[in-house]
Design a protein around this ligand. Structure first.
Ligand SMILES: Nc1ncnc2c1ncn2[C@@H]1O[C@H](COP(=O)(O)OP(=O)(O)OP(=O)(O)O)[C@@H](O)[C@H]1O
Ligand SMILES: [Mg+2]
Length: 119
């Protein structure tokens, strides 16, 4: 199984989801998993300060898009996501990239790269 399979998680503003989905579709992304999540980043969820002390982490609603790719280059996905998501304001989101060991398409038993292809 020489072909490298990669998972990309994009966690960002809910309001950006439609535009992101469109951009991913345009670069040939076939499958994705989307979840509504709660999260915070380095600002601890744009936390309020009380007498100079940060109150507890505030979790904000976000959208998480999980994509597993083989043919589509990872950098292309990152570029497409950045182009849609970057406003320069805090909270634009985070992208995490993982190596995936294998993929199995249950209907056919296809493994690895083939599991991600449209036969
Ligand atoms: N270190 C992390 N580990 C896991 N999830 C994270 C981490 N940082 C951010 N996230 C997730 O990404 C979402 C978006 O984070 P956010 O865009 O605020 O990142 P940031 O690093 O604080 O950048 P910015 O300074 O632009 O706000 C968070 O709500 C959280 O769900
Ligand atoms: Mg933040």
């Amino acid at each position: 199984m020489a072909d490298k399979i990669t998972k990309i998680d994009i966690i960002t503003r809910k309001t950006k989801f439609d535009e992101l989905k469109e951009a991913l579709n345009e670069i040939g992304i076939m499958g994705m998993t989307v979840t509504q999540v709660l999260g915070c980043g380095t600002q601890k969820g744009d936390v309020q300060y009380y007498r100079g002390v940060a109150t507890e982490l505030k979790l904000l609603p976000k959208i998480k898009v999980e994509i597993v790719v083989c043919e589509v280059p990872v950098e292309k996905v990152i570029e497409a996501a950045n182009a849609v998501l970057r406003t320069g304001e805090i909270g634009d989101g985070k992208i995490f990239v993982y190596e995936i060991q294998d993929a199995i398409k249950v209907r056919t038993g296809a493994r690895g790269k083939e599991a991600l292809e449209n036969e």
